[in-house]
Design a protein around this ligand. Structure first.
Ligand code: HEC
Length: 364
């Protein structure tokens, strides 16, 4: 029994030895844990064209002569069409049209927090600040502005750049532009987006003060070229109606229009209300067979009759706006309820605020 095992083991060793002999020359055989002794299928470093690879770069009257690797080797580019692991290929070609299309490429880090901006800043400081300057005004240490060789470096706060779409910035970093090289190999896609987010944050800081924008959100929306609707206090409006464009209305559906703003104590509709009313108009268009009542409500402060009049006038102001936008009189009515239909007890300022409202209800 024991001897049989020995025999099989020895035979196996002989077979393995024979195979090893075959695996001579460049044949690496099967390797379960490849080491660096064997050449990979694709040699990264190869002999350069000619004996030496030289890059000549003229800067003024001085001629600089760089030489890549003393033995004349150069690094090959990846095989055309190669996609790095875990990454999707960049979708836009290096053409003028591709550049324009890139404008729609959305930065996943557009609302980056401090930590991500800090990371973007680090990469920016390493790769970009020498030209674009720490502050982004184009006065980095090798820029013409600072006596260096690189001219034509933009000031990020100039009119042509302050609202540049993030996708175009990314595009130019990906392929390079004029004297600026490509950063596709130094910075991953993620890192490049973080750098873009950092540049946008510099621009937003600048725009906030220079354009007198009311809030950080408004400034960021401005530099991102987004047409953001803002409330009278400068807060971005996020309306529930945005997600209702395709909603089919049913009788009894009731919604508070949270972004309708009036002058204090009057029925003067502030222009900031148009955004949400336009959304409502859209919903009404898509539900032509529904009939809707616009209602005004107040809190319990003041004289009840006055509240009734105020709420009636306010609901009418919203109604009038919708009619002026082409909504049919058949489709909407308005009514003031004064303080009669509170949604919260009139005990705290917050609750009272909730009671002062304009609503719409589907009645038919
Ligand atoms: C060698 C100097 C240099 C460096 C380094 C450099 N840039 Fe530039 N950059 C330029 C020049 C020059 C232009 C203007 C190109 C043109 O429009 O002709 C430019 C333009 C840009 C633009 C505007 C692109 C457009 O579409 O018009 C952005 C955005 C930008 N650079 C970002 C960066 C970022 C981010 C980095 C670092 C990762 C960086 N640059 C590094 C020189 C540089």
């Amino acid at each position: 029994m024991y001897n049989k095992f020995m025999l099989v083991a020895i035979l196996l060793l002989i077979v393995m030895y024979l195979f090893k002999c075959k695996a001579s020359g460049n044949y690496t055989g099967r390797e379960y844990m490849p080491d660096m002794a064997h050449s990979r299928a694709y040699d990264v470093y190869v002999d350069g064209p000619g004996t030496r690879t030289k890059i000549l770069r003229e800067s003024g009257d001085q001629q600089l002569d760089y030489q890549l690797f003393a033995d004349g080797k150069v690094a090959r580019k990846p095989v055309a069409g190669t996609v790095p692991r875990g990454q999707k290929p960049y979708p836009f070609p290096n053409t003028e049209q591709g550049y324009e299309q890139a404008a729609s490429y959305e930065n996943p880090y557009w609302d980056a927090d401090k930590k991500i901006l800090e990371e973007g800043k680090q990469h920016y400081t390493v790769y970009c600040a020498v030209c674009h300057g720490e502050k982004g005004q184009g006065q980095g240490s090798i820029s013409a502005a600072a006596g260096g060789p690189y001219g034509g470096i933009p000031n990020y706060f100039g009119d042509a750049y302050i609202q540049m779409p993030e996708g175009k910035m990314f595009h130019s970093m990906h392929y390079g532009k004029a004297d600026m090289g490509s950063y596709a190999s130094q910075l991953s896609k993620d890192e490049r987006w973080k750098v873009v987010a950092y540049i946008k944050s510099l621009q937003a800081d600048y725009a906030k003060s220079s354009k007198g924008l009311p809030s950080d959100e408004a400034a960021l929306a401005y530099v991102r070229g987004k047409n953001l609707a803002l409330s009278p206090t400068g807060e971005p409006i996020v309306s529930e109606l945005e997600s209702m464009k395709t909603t089919k209305l049913k009788v009894g559906d009731k919604f508070v229009l949270k972004n309708i703003f009036f002058d204090t104590g009057s029925a003067g509709l502030k222009t900031e209300s148009y955004y949400e009313l336009d959304l409502l108009q859209n919903i009404l268009n898509n539900n032509a067979d529904s009939k809707v009542e616009i209602s005004g409500h107040t809190d319990s402060d003041g004289v009840p009759e006055n509240n009734l009049t105020l709420s009636e006038n306010r609901s009418q102001a919203a109604y009038q706006y919708l009619i002026s936008k082409g909504v049919s009189e058949e489709q909407i009515t308005f009514k003031g309820y004064g303080q009669d239909r509170p949604v919260a007890p009139n005990d705290t300022p917050e609750n009272k605020q909730q009671n002062r409202r304009v609503e719409f209800e589907v009645i038919e």
